[in-house]
Design a binder for this molecule. Structure first.
Ligand SMILES: [Zn+2]
Length: 288
């Protein structure tokens, strides 16, 4: 049974879709059809929102591992994470049945639902989302146990992320906002349907399962020797086959894909990962 739901925006202060949706729902109230649920709307990182930056000191959405929550770091987001964990969680003994954390990406990922587990609840959620919003992508990040993720949404008994793009940091695009709102509605609609036992027999669906990150090629001095190839740019979740170009080198040559074939690249050229030199992440297609 899903009773208490927390919808969070502004975990990253320059991802505007969730921030605006939450402000609108705080102003006008949660749509009436979800009255059976106890829905809390929350903006997570006010300081980062005011500054229109991803974070002040450290990435808030990496602070919620058991190790980080139990240390005494004075970094702004570490302090904030401990507060949010008390408010929403605490992680492992949570008072919140479901945390929905809303993000944007600069990558062309459309409306993507990120789930962290392929347990019965999240399988039903994935199937429901694909049935009600076929254009949505489902990304399964189950490479480690849910409890070991540092994501804010892991403070809930269950937690998922809405990730919508492509939208530049600090910018609000109508299409991206509408997709964000639509996916939030579908998730709340799922909660109602789940509580009524209506989601147990939905048809199977295909989801993308996170593989690994691929880095930009670097020279010995740490500078990049290539950029994302134009044929890969904005081709998030399109199948990438061995031999297809992934990088255009500044010397004019190309680097082709030599990994798993097909793979389903996503977070292609994501601005927030640029300082880490992450070019994209891979995924395989699995049926849930
Ligand atoms: Zn984010």
């Amino acid at each position: 049974m899903i009773q208490s739901v927390a919808i969070v925006g502004g975990t990253h202060g320059n991802e505007t879709s969730g921030i605006q949706l939450l402000r609108n729902w705080q102003k006008w109230g949660i749509p009436a059809q979800y009255g059976e649920l106890s829905v809390a709307c929350m903006l997570a990182n006010d300081a980062a929102i005011q500054a229109n930056v991803r974070f002040m000191d450290e990435d808030l959405n990496r602070q919620f591992t058991p190790a980080r929550l139990s240390n005494e770091s004075a970094a702004k987001e570490a302090v904030l994470a401990r507060q949010l964990n008390q408010q929403l969680g605490p992680k492992g003994q949570s008072k919140t049945d479901l945390v929905i954390d809303i993000h944007n990406t600069t990558s062309a990922m459309g409306a993507t639902l990120i789930i962290l587990s392929a347990d019965e609840f999240h399988v039903q959620m994935a199937r429901y989302v694909k049935q009600h919003m076929p254009e949505a992508n489902i990304l399964l990040e189950d490479e480690k146990p849910v409890s070991e993720h540092g994501y804010l949404c892991t403070t809930g008994k269950r937690g998922v992320m809405i990730e919508v793009g492509g939208q530049p940091q600090g910018v609000l695009k109508e299409e991206v906002y509408q997709l964000t709102e639509a996916l939030a509605h579908v998730l709340l609609g799922f909660c109602l349907a789940y509580n009524k036992g209506k989601t147990a027999t939905l048809p199977e669906c295909e989801v993308y399962r996170l593989g690994h990150e691929v880095s930009f090629p670097l020279e010995d001095n740490g500078q990049r020797s290539a950029m994302i190839h134009h044929k890969l740019q904005d081709a998030d979740f399109a199948p990438l086959l061995a031999g297809q170009p992934v990088f255009k080198c500044f010397d004019g040559s190309e680097i082709v894909w030599e990994g798993e074939s097909p793979t389903y690249p996503h977070f292609i050229n994501e601005a927030a990962y640029a300082r880490l030199h992450v070019a994209f992440a891979t995924a395989s297609l699995v049926t849930l």
